[in-house]
Design a protein around this ligand. Structure first.
Ligand code: GDP
Ligand code: ZN
Length: 303
């Protein structure tokens, strides 16, 4: 009688149908998905079985996710970018010109999934930081997010980021060109990089492009690099959830007259009062409004 060997593994790279795995004993492997029923992403814990006469593992099951970072793709379908995240590291710089609305949307998604965010201002070597960027960073710090300034190019002030990542699994996101790859290269160094199966040879013997990769750090932390994640908007289908993505708005809303206040035109709205008084940042409030309208449109479609 043959017994099926079932083991668990962490998904550390995705290349379409083929995945890079770290097995429960720490060894590296490659996995294939059984049928088209499941779609593991970086950060997933999966169950695997050996395949007779093949080095690959068969991925049979995704273990329950603690959370997942999702977004609607071009066809309106929900796409999962990564799973089981403790944190989102959002990188910005003065070049390319920052879009703080994108930062707000990532932070909002993080709040809703239970992941903390850090805003990392890179390219600090480029001279004086723009006043608008300094103000935005100070705003995030005021409402309780970790903010850091560093230079990946000069390798300066990356230790606080490394400390932030200790014992956490984080996805690194931000506009194209802000320096995500440069930061990851500096953080992981070559020793850590070499353990990641960055170039798994596909069945046809060709090296396939990596969609997403999880890199382990020496301090028990890990960063997920998911290229191509430029713009971002979370798919929120319950309008009342949106305020939960903006912690200062949520806090202020406890003093609104109506418990179902949308903080738009309702009377005795404490959020509007706080915006008028400069206690809540106007851009943050505008981010809230835009996401609220998007969520209401989405909810409308499913009614
Ligand atoms: P990504 O698209 O976010 O992964 O960005 P890259 O890491 O590819 O970097 C984009 C460009 O910015 C490259 O030309 C890098 O050399 C440059 N860059 C990255 N980090 C820094 C930095 O700290 N300072 C400066 N001046 N340039 C940087
Ligand atoms: Zn209100």
């Amino acid at each position: 009688m043959s017994r099926t060997i079932v083991r668990t593994a962490l998904v550390v790279a995705t290349y379409g149908r083929r995945l890079g795995l770290r097995l429960d004993d720490g060894s590296a492997g490659a996995g294939r998905i059984k049928g088209k029923t499941i779609q593991p992403v970086c950060g997933d814990k999966v169950e695997v079985q050996p395949i007779a006469n093949e080095p690959d593992w068969l991925i049979t099951k995704i273990l329950p996710r603690v959370n997942q970072l999702t977004r609607p793709n071009q066809r309106g379908k929900i796409e999962v970018l990564a799973a089981n995240l403790d944190a989102i590291v959002i990188v910005v710089a003065d070049s390319p010109v920052p879009d703080w609305f994108i930062v707000d949307r990532y932070i909002c998604a993080g709040e809703l999934m239970g992941a903390t965010s850090a805003v990392v201002f890179n390219k600090a070597d480029l001279g004086q930081i723009e006043e608008s960027s300094a103000n935005a960073l100070a705003g995030y710090a005021r409402i309780g997010y970790v903010t850091l300034r560093c230079s990946a190019m000069q390798g300066r002030n990356l230790e606080p980021l490394l400390d932030f990542l200790a014992a956490r699994t984080a996805i690194i996101v931000g506009q194209s060109g802000v320096g995500k790859s440069s930061i990851i290269n500096k953080l992981t160094g070559y020793a850590a990089r070499s353990v990641a199966p960055l170039s798994v040879v596909s069945g046809e013997g060709r090296h396939t492009t990596v969609n997403s990769v999880l890199l382990s750090l020496t301090n028990e932390g890990a960063v997920i690099d998911s290229p191509g994640v430029r713009d971002y908007a979370p798919a929120i289908d319950r309008p009342t959830d949106v305020a939960h993505g903006f912690r200062e708005i949520l806090k202020s809303s406890r003093l609104c007259k109506f418990s179902n206040c949308r903080h738009l035109k309702e009377p005795a709205c404490n959020v509007k009062a706080d915006v008028a008084a400069g206690k809540i940042d106007e851009r943050r409030y505008e981010s809230y409004r835009r996401l609220l309208f998007a969520a209401e449109r989405l909810a409308e479609r499913f009614r």
